[in-house]
Write a protein that binds this ligand. Structure first.
Ligand SMILES: [Zn+2]
Ligand SMILES: [Zn+2]
Length: 373
């Protein structure tokens, strides 16, 4: 894997000095983490975003974080992210300015920024499939400038922000931007986890941990956690996994098949590589569910010749964030404690270092990193 580097010379920076919608021109500047092409990240002075449409809001970021997706972008895994884009799609902040059409928020409100932008009115939004909003979806830090900056412009703000309840833990709220709804919707709900089920989560990174934390809502009997990182497995056991398998040392498929009658009810893929998908398709029992959460950059081989007879269901997808209000309530009630996923804290000035630490998660024992803007 490439390591993340910054550009020391100003000349190179000009090569990706693209003007993006949402970059203001009032002359005020701020710091933002800008993608400069595969392997190139730089904390740069960029224009403070301004309101472009009446449905926009500008948010002053207080806390943001780095997602595995951002790491993938930094390595060039997501070509739809153009050089010059400010990265980041997660964060909490304070409303700085609202467009004329905004009804739900006002200057000074403390808000959670959803990783998914939704206009609330298109055909997909009407079905609560915000991930495919015709005027939004995953655009932050993707096709428009994102949250790893001092300020961010949020389009369709009325449907894309959530109020932070008074007294709420800000770090826990950051986990509501993406990691928790993704784990819960694409892992637990798509996987149809039921009381008494035996489930396996392949991948004990932040998303796998979010699956683990939210799977407890449905009281599965056994939760296998599979990873190659012993530290992450130990953490998973603290977070309520019942079995841990280090697939670097032992054959996870063999072990699960020998310890269960005929496999697991739900196999959840939370990495995004062919090997982990393979484990899932070999351990799911007849009638079971394989829920893919990981972001894949390569094809996988579906063993349909073996699986066709097993009556299994395979699901995959991008988070809709329609469960964010529900998850917010469970955090407020104390039933869900996502803040325990936070292992490291950095200032925005030090974000390049934060990428390096997050990129070496195993060595650094890193799970979620908080960036304070
Ligand atoms: Zn993310
Ligand atoms: Zn929509």
């Amino acid at each position: 894997m490439n390591s993340v580097t910054s550009i020391p010379s100003a000349n190179k920076s000009e090569a990706f000095n693209l003007q993006q919608p949402g970059n203001g021109s009032a002359g005020k500047t701020m710091k933002g983490l800008v993608y400069g092409g595969p392997g190139i990240l730089e904390l740069r002075n960029i224009p403070v975003p301004t309101i472009l449409h009446p449905t926009d809001a500008v948010i002053k970021i207080t806390k943001t974080t780095i997602c595995g997706t951002d790491l993938g972008i930094s390595h060039g895994k997501t070509p739809t992210v153009l050089p010059g884009t400010t990265l980041g799609h997660e964060g909490v902040g304070i409303v700085e300015e609202v467009g004329a059409a905004i009804r739900n928020f006002k200057k000074g409100d403390r808000v959670i920024i959803s990783c998914i932008t939704a206009d609330g009115s298109c055909e997909y939004c009407k079905k609560q499939m915000y991930s495919h909003c015709e005027n939004g979806g995953w655009i932050l830090g993707h096709t428009i400038n994102g949250t790893q900056a001092e300020f961010v412009r949020i389009p369709h703000a009325d449907n894309s922000l959530y109020l932070v309840p008074p007294g709420a833990d800000e770090e826990a709220m950051v986990m509501l931007s993406d990691v928790l709804p993704t784990g819960y919707e694409i892992g637990v709900l798509n996987g149809c986890v039921q009381p008494g089920d035996t489930i396996a989560i392949v991948g004990a990174g932040p998303i796998g941990m979010a699956v683990l934390l939210s799977a407890h809502f449905f009281s599965p009997a056994k939760i296998y956690m599979i990873d190659v990182d012993q530290n992450r497995l130990d953490l998973a056991m603290q977070f309520g996994a019942t079995h841990a398998i280090n697939s670097g040392n032992e054959d996870a498929v063999k072990q699960i098949m020998s310890e269960t009658k005929d496999g697991v009810d739900v196999a959840i893929e939370a990495v995004g590589i062919p090997d982990t998908f393979d484990i899932c398709q070999r351990i799911v029992r007849p009638g079971g569910h394989l829920a893919n959460v990981g972001v894949h950059g390569k094809k996988v081989e579906l063993e349909i010749d073996k699986l066709w007879i097993s009556n299994i269901t395979i699901t995959m997808g991008l988070v809709n964030t329609n469960t964010t209000p529900l998850l917010l309530k469970t955090i407020q009630s104390g039933k869900l404690e996502p803040a325990k996923l936070v292992t490291h804290r950095f200032k925005l000035d030090d974000i390049i270092n934060a990428y390096t630490v997050f990129g070496n998660a195993s060595k650094e024992k890193a799970m979620k990193v908080i960036i304070e803007a």
